[in-house]
Design a protein around this ligand. Structure first.
Ligand code: HEM
Length: 447
């Protein structure tokens, strides 16, 4: 039997392929798809079968047409203590009900009203930036997106955003990653040092969020921020509003899902721009012709098409959500193979976005490829940085507008150069795809 006719490689009897996967998930998945094709099987531990699916039509079956046979991956349970029963982790009827309540507020028309806050937050943050200053740009992007989500969600100003919410969020995320990386995840009730710190950080965050919610409930009147909108959202069938606990879970979910992903997208974008001065120059030409000496406004977004293509191409090469996991809930046939309850499927944007059948020079940064509605010419689910089907990212329009506006705000005033010791940066696939070790840059003012 030829290698390609088998479903997957032979792994270790005990650990399966877990160690290889953990060592370098991106390379592992890319090689697996190359060697074994559209559906490849491997193992996490002795019993867990995992299928990597790398064919657009089969991906569509998992995410859309046969999605009822799947639930979200068990991996997400690590995040459950943080985000509870929010949109990202909830299932079936509860998810559907919440999604119906929240979705209207993330529509394109609605998001536009947040554009002003996105620009103001970025401009305020950049005020202290100086010519020739060395900065950790990846940290700046986290701070800016945290500031933007704090402002749009709670109407908090920049300092409040990262003084009040930033520190407990950071601790919680660091500890979640630590737990995720350890092979044996001891249940939270076992009082290890990491578990105790994790629980303490979650309690602190809960305290902050519940006091914001209660404070808002005691002040009558309408608020235009996301918290206000979610508080007023009523279930059409029975007029019910969300409980404090449900509000807390949804806020926490949007907060977490909505800032690190966009921050990474922006960090990778600046990294790629610094390596491609010809693209940066073309971006500057677009900025100068569309905005000129006027203040940047959300209305410019539509016309900034090259900036949009730059973001699309950065999301192709470094998709912040680089893999989507689903667990089989009911036996299902995918590509002629029967998957049983408990089996896992993985779908990797990182793998699909770099397939040479669909993308010319797949490893090169070429924003022009997105001209002329390029994505419409691709089979669905070859380019899908925001996932798809009923669990598609609710914040996709928010994220795209935010990424373009922050990019333009910064590129208008500064050229970003990588520091000499920081020219090549590796991708670190944690919960999201981060630049390993951060991105250190030197700012150069645009004359
Ligand atoms: C570049 C930035 C972003 C990327 C690449 C991204 C990617 C994704 C992906 C791939 C999913 C689907 C996961 C799955 O199917 O298992 C998802 C879900 C989600 N995203 Fe995003 N996201 C981004 C920004 C945002 C923002 C800005 C927000 C909110 C303001 C947000 C909120 C959410 C929520 C709530 C879900 C869960 C939706 C559901 O299951 O109903 N995301 N995101």
């Amino acid at each position: 039997m030829k290698k390609t006719e088998k479903l997957g490689p032979k792994g270790n009897l005990i650990s399966g392929h877990l160690k290889d996967f953990q060592r370098d998930p991106l390379q592992f998945m890319q090689k697996l798809a190359e060697d074994y094709g559209e559906i490849a099987r491997f193992k996490f531990g002795p019993f867990q079968d995992v299928y990597l699916i790398s064919n657009p039509e089969l991906i569509k079956q998992v995410l859309v047409t046969k999605q009822k046979n799947f639930v979200k991956s068990r991996d997400l349970t690590i995040l459950k203590p943080i985000i509870g029963e929010g949109l990202l982790t909830s299932e079936k009827g509860h998810h559907l009900k919440q999604r119906r309540l929240i979705q209207p507020h993330f529509k394109r028309e609605h998001i536009r009203s947040y554009g002003e806050d996105m620009i103001k937050t970025t401009e305020e943050y950049m005020k202290s930036w100086k010519e020739k200053e060395e900065r950790v740009l990846s940290k700046d992007m986290m701070n800016i997106t945290l500031g933007i989500i704090s402002k749009t969600m709670f109407n908090m100003n920049l300092e409040e955003g990262y003084d009040v919410i930033g520190p407990p969020i950071e601790t919680v995320m660091k500890l979640a990653v630590k737990r995720m990386r350890s092979l044996a995840q001891l249940p939270l009730w076992i009082p290890t040092k990491t578990n105790r710190n994790y629980k303490r950080a979650i309690d602190e965050l809960d305290h902050v969020l519940f006091s914001i919610i209660e404070n808002r409930r005691s002040h009558k009147g309408k608020s235009e921020d996301l918290l206000g909108v979610l508080m007023d959202a009523k279930d059409d069938s029975n007029g019910e509003v969300m409980s404090n606990q449900q509000l807390r879970d949804e806020l926490m979910t949007i907060f977490l899902a909505g800032h690190e992903t966009t921050a990474n997208a922006l960090s990778w974008t600046f990294y790629l721009l610094a390596q491609h001065p010809e693209v940066e120059k073309k971006l500057h030409r677009e900025i100068d012709s569309v905005i000129g000496s006027n203040p940047l406004s959300p209305n410019h977004y539509k016309e900034l098409t090259y900036a949009q293509n730059i973001i699309s191409e950065a999301l192709r090469l470094y998709p912040p959500a680089y893999v989507i996991g689903r667990q089989v809930d009911k036996t299902v046939n995918i590509g002629g193979i029967q998957l049983n309850k408990g089996d896992m499927t993985l779908i990797s944007q990182y793998v699909m976005h770099r397939r040479r059948e669909y993308f010319d020079q797949p490893d090169n940064f070429i924003p022009e490829r997105f001209e002329n509605q390029f994505t419409d010419t691709l089979p669905p689910y070859t380019y899908f940085p925001f996932g798809g089907g009923p669990r598609v990212c609710i914040g996709n329009h928010f994220a795209l507008m935010e990424a373009v506006l922050v990019l333009v705000c910064i590129a208008r005033h500064f050229k970003i150069k990588l520091t000499p010791s920081n020219q090549t940066i590796k991708a670190q696939p944690l919960i999201t795809l981060r630049p390993k070790g951060g991105i250190n840059v030197i700012l150069e003012k645009r004359s």
